[in-house]
Design a protein around this ligand. Structure first.
Ligand code: NI
Length: 216
């Protein structure tokens, strides 16, 4: 019976995932302002990633196993979308109360050139106290965006200087389970309440024990 319930839960999630992926292009943040387009990363390959935290610690996709992850890709110079979404992520974690300890909010930059370790350290302070900022080399970031199927494109507003570029990027919040499997992809505009509710459901399915098997 538990398996049947799980399947009922998974089917709509897979549908949402498929929808999110197929709609990735038109929902790219800041799309309408695109000018002098430059591809930062595109691709559908999946694989492991290696990144560096805002404390300068090297991590891989395996470093976060055992906890849920709320993953968001963006960049610190983002004028509007990223701060709002990261606020939503932070509120969702807080709404889980003590169980929020089982959820790690991760902010991965799509702008490693400007978002260095110290810049990220300063930025994540504005959000959840347990939020981890992640950066790396251009190649490391490109690999991570491929794993999460995030699209990002650099562009320059009119009259912008060389270092004043913006980056249009997929604005998706991704929930990853303690076993590293993707569970939910939340659309832009989702509320913190709905995210918290969704995570709570997965916590109940996993029963708080043996979570690696429970949510497969
Ligand atoms: Ni943004």
């Amino acid at each position: 019976m538990a398996a049947e319930k799980l399947m009922m839960r998974l089917v709509p999630i897979l549908a949402v995932l498929a929808l999110g992926l197929s709609l990735a292009a038109p929902t790219l943040a800041h799309e309408t302002k695109l000018k002098n387009q430059e591809t930062v990363s595109l691709g559908n390959n999946r694989g492991p990633f290696e990144l560096v935290t805002h404390r300068g610690q090297a991590v891989t996709n395996e470093s976060f196993l055992g906890k849920f992850m709320l993953v968001y890709f963006g960049y610190t110079h983002c004028p509007d979308v990223c701060p709002l979404d990261l606020q939503t992520v932070s509120e969702a974690v807080d709404m889980l109360g003590g169980d929020g300890d089982q959820v790690r909010p991760l902010f991965v930059t799509v702008d490693p050139k400007r978002d260095t370790v110290p810049v990220l350290a300063d930025y994540v302070k504005n959000f959840h106290p347990r939020m981890i900022g992640l950066t790396g080399s251009a190649g490391q970031i490109a690999s991570a965006t491929r794993v999460y199927r995030i699209r990002a494109r650099k562009y320059f507003p009119p009259d912008a200087e060389d270092d004043q570029y913006l980056i249009g990027h997929s604005a998706a919040i991704v929930l990853v389970g303690p076993d590293g499997a993707g569970l939910s992809l939340y659309p832009q505009g989702i509320t913190a309440e709905d995210i918290a509710k969704d995570i709570r459901r997965f916590m109940i399915v996993s029963g708080g024990k043996n979570t690696r098997k429970g949510i497969r």
